[in-house]
Design a protein around this ligand. Structure first.
Ligand SMILES: [Zn+2]
Ligand SMILES: [Zn+2]
Length: 213
């Protein structure tokens, strides 16, 4: 088996981790959470020699999709989101105003992802897990063959996403983490929405907010 192509880097304005994930065989790729700096993201895609088919979003906070319109225009990739974040997505201008960030219009998503749906990137399958709590439509993306999870703002290293913003729900995020994420293989590496990577075993043991005991 050839190794998955993956590049993760943080983008302005709030340091969201954007990931490019590519199939080494077909060179098809997805981008997860293009929160800003579209030129940088497109340059990375070009450098890796990949063709973007889908643009996936862990949720509809502005810092995770401000560059999505530019990326869609440049690549033709399908914009994907869970439908429960439809309202948040359409309130992008309000979100930007609240955080004092320049507003860039982004078209509505092309496709609504559902829980447990599999997105195929060439030969690589990415499973979309609905993990609500940080927002009603928050999703985590699981690549079982590569033991990799992209947790968005649901799970951080040592911490969890805030639940005091639009539609946030602490009980829901706790349940999502316990039932959907902590049930994955402990060796699963986790790329978080902000800050450093972690893994499932480490968080089950030592997360400050949700532990398995
Ligand atoms: Zn968020
Ligand atoms: Zn965020």
């Amino acid at each position: 088996m050839t190794t998955l192509i993956r590049k993760t880097f943080s983008v302005p304005p709030l340091g969201c981790n954007c990931s490019i994930i590519g199939d080494p065989i077909t060179k098809q790729a997805i981008i997860v959470d293009p929160g800003g700096a579209p030129e940088r993201i497109l340059q990375e895609v070009l450098g890796l020699g990949l063709t973007v088919t889908h643009i996936l979003h862990t949720h509809a906070h502005f810092d995770h999709f401000l560059a999505s319109g530019d990326i869609k225009r440049a690549t033709g990739g399908t914009l994907c989101l869970h439908e429960n974040d439809r309202d948040l997505w359409s309130q992008l201008e309000m979100q930007c105003r609240m955080f004092g960030v320049p507003y860039v219009p982004v078209p509505m998503p092309d496709y609504w992802l559902t829980d447990d749906e599999k997105v195929l990137v060439g030969q690589v399958s990415v499973v979309a897990l609905h993990t609500p709590g940080h927002t009603p439509g928050s999703m985590s993306f699981h690549l079982p063959d590569d033991k990799l999870l992209l947790s968005g703002d649901t799970l951080f290293r040592g911490s969890i996403g805030r639940t005091d913003l639009w539609g946030g729900d602490f009980n829901a995020i706790e349940q999502s983490i316990r039932e959907r994420l902590y049930t994955l293989d402990e060796a699963t590496a986790v790329v978080t929405g902000h800050g450093p990577d972690t893994n499932i075993g480490r968080e089950k043991e030592s997360n400050q907010f949700v532990r398995m005991s």
